[in-house]
Design a protein around this ligand. Structure first.
Ligand SMILES: Nc1ncnc2c1ncn2[C@@H]1O[C@H](COP(=O)(O)OP(=O)(O)OP(=O)(O)O)[C@@H](O)[C@H]1O
Length: 621
């Protein structure tokens, strides 16, 4: 800037400045040449711009330089130096110069002030800028903080999401693991169950084997007995034959004596000889034919009418006429009514749950109607724990429906071996002959009718089962098949398919146990000694003693019924038999509540002990 000012200075001496000032001539003494600075200052201060000198014919050098102003300046300087006021002018110029310097200083100060102001302004701008920057920074920072906060929040959210997913995964894994554990537990339980079933099957097999062995032993015993009887018979026959022979010899001797005489007469008489020979031959032929014919006819009658050996018990007797007398006697005495009214429910001695009893009554009614309408019978399956009255109920059902009944045991079939098939056919042929229709009750049916693909089943047993399936393939109008088993699951599927009615015989409930206790109390204790002594008793003069019952109320029986939870009908009957034995074992043959309770408690403890042993046996296996 100062340079520019100084640069402006010489310009004030420019020919234009001088020209202008000389031409304008304002506020300047006309005699004094206008100082160029003043002129310049005026020019800058005063508003009107100096009029430019027009130079229409410029004198320029070839280089374009115009020397005229220089010349005029020199002329002016010469005029000044020639002027008497040159000193004054110089002074004036000096003053002017000083003024100018002062003005310049003032300008410089002003300029400095301006500079300071500009500096201030700059500082202010810098400050503003910094403030703005700071603000911006703060804003940016807050934005950053917000952004970071947002990021943190998002991160937190993501982490939460991750944790939630992880937790869900953990829960899922835990659930899966618990499911796996549950499955493993179930598998273990199933294994245990399978083992139990296996053990039960093995037990059943052992039982069956025992039954088979027992049956075989019994059969052997029977065979032995038959053999002995046969031996005795043979010996008797031999003796009789000997006696006969002797008799005949004597007779023959006598005869021969006569014959001797006669022979002589015959031999001498031709006609008599012919008659004698013919008569003897005819007699021999007659005797032989009669004996052999009788044998054949008896065998035929026995085969046709006789009871098959598989039947253990039957309402028909061994021969059709064998039960005639007893049946007549029974009907004269009032028949089944006596039995039916025994426990007041029209169901003989059988105590069952009312609903089961009702079902059996309905079935017996239906069976009786079936027979009346000549419709096919319905086969039945009775299942439940041992000693719950299945056999008794079958008997009652047959009796009430007016059918004959025959009872066989599944365990009897196996010992028959290859004979079993023939015996089964014989049994069904025999059963078909019943005029009234026959209820064929097969106890322990699983021993005979179990699954055919069992490895321990013999070929003969399998054939016997097939024979039964063959005979029961169609619905029969003569035979009702009633099977009883403790293990219905073991039955062959083809057998199960032939069953129309399935009845479960559960263990008796408290009410039934009470009735059973009453029934057997009456049977074994109240009626003990009241019957007429039998022949044996009479022979040995050992009369059954009467038992006196003291204070045995229904409440005490009910208490016993509550205690005997889990007892079967058979166990209750046995309990009462034990009570009877205990009474006979006592001094005065009196049954009082304390003795009764004692036996009941003892029997209950025995029952529980047996159950524990059975459970331990099952568990250890
Ligand atoms: N419901 C009952 N009512 C009366 N007595 C019963 C009953 N259940 C069992 N008993 C007694 O138990 C004995 C056996 O009964 P039954 O033979 O009918 O039983 P089960 O169910 O056929 O037994 P198992 O399956 O062992 O052959 C009977 O002689 C009887 O003394």
């Amino acid at each position: 800037q100062p340079n520019t000012a100084f640069a402006d200075g010489p310009l004030n001496f420019s020919p234009f400045s001088f020209g202008t000032s000389s031409q304008s001539g304002q506020s300047q003494p006309s005699d004094l040449p206008q100082p160029p600075a003043a002129a310049a200052g005026d020019k800058s201060a005063s508003a009107p711009a100096p009029a430019r000198v027009r130079n229409d014919q410029p004198r320029t050098t070839s280089a374009g330089f115009d020397p005229e102003p220089l010349e005029r300046g020199a002329k002016l300087l010469r005029e000044i130096s020639a002027s008497p006021n040159a000193k004054k002018a110089f002074e004036f110029m000096k003053k002017q110069e000083e003024t100018k310097q002062t003005e310049l200083a003032a300008k410089a100060a002003e300029y400095k002030a301006m500079q300071a102001q500009a500096e201030n302004e700059r500082q202010r701008v810098i400050y503003d800028e910094q403030r703005k920057l700071a603000q911006h920074n703060a804003q940016t920072k807050s934005q950053m903080a917000r952004y970071e906060d947002e990021l943190a929040r998002k991160r937190m959210q993501a982490e939460n999401e991750y944790h939630r997913a992880r937790n869900q995964e953990l829960v899922k894994m835990q659930e899966e693991s618990s499911i796996r554990l549950e499955q493993a537990r179930r598998a273990t339980e199933e294994q245990i169950q399978a083992q139990k079933r296996q053990t039960e099957r093995e037990k059943a097999e052992i039982e069956r084997e025992t039954i088979r062995v027992r049956a075989m032993a019994e059969a052997e015993g029977r065979a032995h007995e038959a053999k002995l009887a046969e031996d005795v018979n043979r010996r008797m026959l031999v003796d009789r034959a000997n006696a006969e022979r002797e008799k005949w010899i004597a007779a023959i001797n006598t005869t021969f004596d006569h014959i001797g005489g006669g022979l002589r007469a015959i031999l001498t008489d031709q006609n008599k000889l012919v008659v004698a020979v013919g008569g003897a031959t005819a007699l021999a032929a007659g005797i032989y034919t009669t004996r052999e014919g009788a044998k054949v006819i008896w065998g035929y009658v026995d085969r046709i009418l006789g009871q098959p050996s598989l039947i253990r018990e039957s309402s028909r007797g061994k021969y059709p006429w064998s039960g005639l007398f007893s049946r007549t006697l029974k009907s004269l005495r009032g028949g089944d009514k006596e039995l039916a009214s025994k426990n007041g429910n029209g169901f003989g001695d059988v105590i069952l749950h009312p609903s089961l009893q009702k079902r059996i009554r309905q079935l017996s009614g239906a069976t009786a109607n079936t027979k009346a309408h000549n419709a096919p019978f319905r086969n039945m399956l009775f299942y439940g724990p041992p000693g719950t009255g299945k056999t008794m109920a079958a008997r009652e059902l047959a009796r009430k429906s007016g059918l004959d009944y025959a009872l066989m045991t599944g365990g009897d079939v196996a010992p028959l071996g290859p004979q079993a098939v023939t015996k089964i056919h014989q049994l069904f042929d025999w059963a078909k002959k019943s005029k009234r229709g026959l209820l064929l009750f097969i106890d322990e049916a699983d021993a005979f009718l179990c699954e055919r693909n069992k490895t321990y089943m013999s070929e003969a047993q399998r054939s016997a089962l097939n024979a039964l399936l063959f005979r029961t393939g169609d619905q029969s109008k003569d035979i009702v098949l009633a099977l009883a088993t403790n293990r219905p699951g073991d039955l062959d599927s083809a057998v199960a398919d032939r069953i129309d009615e399935v009845l479960e015989f559960p263990l008796p409930g408290q009410e039934e146990r009470f009735k059973l206790l009453k029934l057997y109390l009456d049977k074994y204790i109240a009626q003990a000694g009241s019957r007429k002594p039998g022949l044996v008793h009479r022979l040995f003069k050992s009369e059954q003693q009467k038992i006196e019952i003291k204070g045995l109320t229904d409440d005490i029986l009910m208490e016993a019924a509550a205690k005997t939870e889990g007892f079967s009908g058979r166990e209750i009957a046995k309990l009462m038999a034990s009570v009877q034995a205990a009474v006979y074992g006592s001094e005065n043959c009196v049954l009082d509540p304390s003795l009764f309770r004692e036996v009941v408690d003892y029997k209950v403890a025995e029952h529980q002990q047996r159950r524990k042993l059975a459970a331990a046996g099952g568990g250890s296996n």
